[in-house]
Design a protein around this ligand. Sequence first.
Ligand code: TYD
Ligand code: MG
Length: 481
Amino acid sequence: MAKDRTRFVCQACGAAHPKWGGRCDACGEWNTMQEEAPPPRPSGPTAKAGGGRRVEFVGLQGQSRPPPRLPTGLAELDRVLGGGMVPASAILVGGDPGIGKSTILLQAAARIAAAGKRVLYVSGEEAVEQVRLRALRLGLEKAPLALAAATALRDIAASLEQESDAALVVIDSIQTLWLDALDSAPGTVAQVRACAAELIRLAKTRGFALVLIGHVTKEGTLAGPRVLEHMVDATLYFEGDRGHQFRILRAVKNRYGATDEIGVFEMTDRGLVEVPNPSALFLAERRGNVSGSAVFAGIEGTRPVLVEVQALLSPSSGGSPRRSVVGWDQGRLSMLLAVLEARCGLSLGANDVYLNIAGGLRIAEPAADLAVAAALASAATDRPTDAETVYFGEVGLSGEVRQVAHADLRLREAQKLGFAAAVLPRRLARAGRAPAALEGLKLTEIGHMADLVAPFAERSVKREAGRGGAAAAVGAAAKPA
Ligand code: TYD
Ligand code: MG
């Protein structure tokens, strides 16, 4: 039988190794291994020794009803949760330090408390006085919230054991808690995992909803809590740029609702305010008639969101040109640049390319290809796109423009916000249903990227000829046969 020995646990992925090493074999991270005491051995009989009870198997049909919900009163948060918090479930809320995790949870906790539920807020990071000051600033100081500053899990667990009617417990943050049975420091994988397991067990047995706040490391993963994601019922990430006032709450896992749903908030001097119409907000600072800008009609979760895509080209000063992307995928930008060069005759190679999704939103949809291409073509030719037009569609390597889902939703949002035209993928005969015609919205269906680029090229060549200036960055924008 193997002896109990100390082991070395990677703090990034949780893999345990018998020997220390500079690099974790499991995830490839450097300098992440820490010595930890072995986990306690189970004291009962082992599985081999027999004596287990027979497990009862049942059918799929039953009496289960949809779980009851605890609405937070913040519509955007409820939307991401799938209708509110589910009692006896565990929710992990991750995000960069300073992004607003404590703020939003204090707001939600106070509202639930004000609705007459028992809500406990355990702060491990801030003193009671600091939390009170925040509550004052948010105008929530009258909410009947039960507040404590504590980090010792043993004390917190003992207190929760005595709670009979708690509806919600917020732990801010899981990285500050520690269990005295373990040698390792707070915030290590072993501590985070052990503390979360104990709290989740309490949530399941006592029936309260549990919210664990967790910090994200600079690499973008939840420190330690990456090992928590499988233990909790829902994982929400709070993202955004601290330089912007917009904050986006995104569900990446949800056992009780849809993932990919987002909630949009604005950070104000009175806390986080819900943004029911994100498109208007994301487009608020758009200036018409500037080259290199195009509006993308996107979908986030179930909701259409219009955002501005901005591109800037500048002559590269030797070496390999820069490709700098904020809010979109770098690889996808390289692909689009290659397609624009090879299939549409735009020569961009000697330029540094900067791409930005305005407002701090991060887009993952391939449907943004067409809007990005329009912004790039516009920047390359120094011709503004039509400010009243939205773009969406996926682009393939041969330059073909492909269908994307939810054309109807995107078009309706564009119409609602007063846009007059949309450029979208050409409908295939077999794809059947056309997007319903919308009053006041002119649809331009295109099948190939060259159709998108040609109008810019024509206008640009004329202009350059008129000015007699430097040659435009446009070659033959001929459409391949
Ligand atoms: P906080 O919730 O403490 O962030 P986290 O818990 O994720 O670390 O919020 C941090 C920032 O939010 C802080 O820099 C100040 C700002 N803030 C406001 O702008 N308005 C407010 O009403 C509050 C409470 C905070
Ligand atoms: Mg905080």
